[in-house]
Write a protein that binds this ligand. Sequence first.
Ligand SMILES: [Zn+2]
Length: 337
Amino acid sequence: MAQKDMTRELIDLHIHVGGAVAPHILWAIAHQGGFKLPVKSYFEFVDLITASPDKVGSLDEYLKIMHTWTEKIQSSPMAIERSVYEVIGKEYRSSRVTQIELRFNPMKRNLHSELDLDHIIHAAIRGMEKAMLEYNVKACLIFCLAREFDHKLNAIIVDKAIKYRNRGVRGIDLAGTEAHAIELKPEVVAQYEDLFDRARKAGLKSTVHTGETRGTGAEGVIAVLEKLKPDRIGHGIRAAYDEQAMKLLKERDVVLELCPTSNLQTKAVDGIKELEHIIRTFWDRGVKLTINTDGPYLLNTDMRREIDMVETNRILTPEQIDQTLAWAREYSFIPKS
Ligand SMILES: [Zn+2]
C-alpha cells in the first residue's frame, strides 16, 4: 500500500458522531453500559454496525444502521463523552485532521427523555475539550434537528444549542431521511424558518442536509436557501443539475459540504463518473465546495482517503483540493482566532 501523504492538515466540516466511532470502541462502550446486543461475537457486531455495499442500497438503509445501533449505544453521558473524544483523536491520528466540526442530535442520545439532556451535552463537551487539549486541534459541535421530530422537539434542540453557544456548540443542522420530502415541498421547509431565524439571531451558524438523494431535485436546495438561509449545505449534489440552484448558491455565498464516499455508498450517485460530473460542474460554475467524511466508520473511510479518492481519480487537481481546504477553513463555524 502506498504511504499516506500526511503533510496536509485536513479539516472535516461534516461528520456525524453516529457514524464515526470505531467498532471496537462502540463494543467496549456497549459492554461497559451493560447493553443487550443481538450478536455474540465482535465480528458479527462489526458487520451489524458498518455499511457494506450488499447491505446498504439507499440513504434510509444507511440511516437505519445509525438509528438502530450506534445512536442507542451512544445514549449515556459516559458513552457520548467517550465517543466524541475518540472521534476527534482518531481523525487526527489517521488523517491529521486539525479542525473538526462534529454533529449529532442530543435528543437521540437521551433515551426518549429518560436521561437529562444537559448531562448528555455537558458530557459531549467534556469529550471534545479533552481531545482538543491532547491533540492540539480545533473542534466544535453542531446540533442536528431531525426532520422526523415535531416542531416542539426541534425547538428544544435549538434552545440547547443557544444555551451552549459559548461552550463549543457553534451551529445547528437539519438532518434525517428525505422520505419526508422536505425536498419537494417548500411548505415543509417553512416549518423550520422560525427555528433557523432564532438560531441566527443568537449568533449560531447553520447548515442543512438537502439535495442529497436521487429523485429529490434541486427544489429542496432552493427552498432551503430562500427560507432557512443557511451558511452551508450538507451534500446539495442535486443542485449540479439545476442552473438556478447553482446561481443562488453563488449569490448567497453558501458553501457545499460534499461527502464523496457517502454518496457512492448510499447510491446517491451512480458511480465515480457521476461524482466527477457533479464536482466538476460545481467547480466550473464557481460554487464553493468542501470534501468531508459524513460517517468514517460506518462508511469505511477517513478524511485522508476522501481527499486521496478525489485526487487519484483526477476529479480535482492538488491545487483545487488545496482551495477546497482553504474554503473549509474560511467557512468553518469555528471562529478564526
Ligand atoms: Zn450527513
